[in-house]
Design a protein around this ligand. Sequence first.
Ligand code: 5CA
Ligand code: ZN
Length: 412
Amino acid sequence: MKAWSRPDVPRVSPDPRRPRVHDTATGELVEVGPADGPARLYVCGITPYDATHLGHANTYVAFDLLVRTWRDAGLEVTYTQNVTDVDDPLLERAEATGVDWVELAEDQTQLFRTDMEALRVIPPDHYVGAVESVPLVTELIQRLVPTGLVYQVDDPEHPDWYFACSAAPGAGEVSHLDREAALAIFGERGGDPERPGKRDALDCLVWRLERDGEPSWDSPLGKGRPGWHIECTAIALEHLGPAFDVQGGGSDLVFPHHEMSASQGRAATGQAFARAYVHGGMVGYQGEKMSKSKGNLVLVSKLRAAGVDPMAIRLVLLDHHYRSDWEYTDADLERATERLAAWRSIANNPTAFPANETVQAIRDALRDDLDAPAALAAVDTWVAASAAVETDETESVTEVLTLVDALLGVRV
Ligand code: 5CA
Ligand code: ZN
């Protein structure tokens, strides 16, 4: 499907150092980006049954920093993102509100595109829906049949297809959860540990056979629809190939989603699914994780409609390290709005402090686990110093603000 339009990103002369980011699978900071060829990134996209909230935006802005830092290192980037445009929560919301599920998905995906554009997020090269990927999913499941890891559940009425993840090579390599913890989380995050007829409680659904009133597609596996994890596995393998550089998403996806995709990918190709698994923290609001299912949402589109400058929204997000969990309050927005105004005042100021140290500090900060708060602090220091000098340094203003645009995605 079509993504959204690309913000224009100023070209600056590259600094070839690769960024280091935190890899959940090893628990270490690792350098990411290939020696040659494009850097390959997959980020899990939205399930489009409600509007983009600050938690989603936080995740996509975090990986936008990675894309921008790779570009700053002179690398090409191939970026793939999915849209889970058929899945239980979407179908349930459509049913509850009496809206056609296709229309709901299209409308919410379109709203997401406009939010991403406003936030100056660089779009993926491949923006791919689950529905359009049904043939990829069924081919991948068929490819897995000879491994003995996919099977039909022992249920004569609905013999759905499952993947035996605990039995797969490399099981647990992303989350390292013990079985008890895995079982508890699996049930909370879309899994069905209690389903009778499975070989193991942690096995995950890959192809759900047709039920009355549910959408379904013809396939050699029987008429049905894709399970969630296999959707991302199939899309990533098709558009990036195995052992791509970074699999990304929020930390709520570590288990089971990224664990299952990693197992399926390894089982299908004999290679690692991704080289690193990178996760953003959870944004909360009013004491809980912001989530569509709880309804405690601060929507990007609502803030925009209320006249909030999207660059201030972006600064709210950048002011928290991508890996930290934090809770949004109105004070975040006030701080970001003041900061944007201070930065803007320098844009129109012919005098400024020299740029070199600040340019270096921004680049260093992003290469050090995408430390946007440190980059913002470096810009603040430069802005304050610039306000106090009288030398004519118009070039410095351009140099710093161009880098702020290219690397932080904030157009002053
Ligand atoms: N479609 C699946 C991924 S394949 C999905 O999780 N969709 S989602 O709409 O629920 O979430 C989209 C992205 O936003 C995911 O990367 C998720 O980890 C992230 N996300 C969801 N809620 C939050 C939150 N409160 N804070 C930070 N990130 C969040
Ligand atoms: Zn995903």
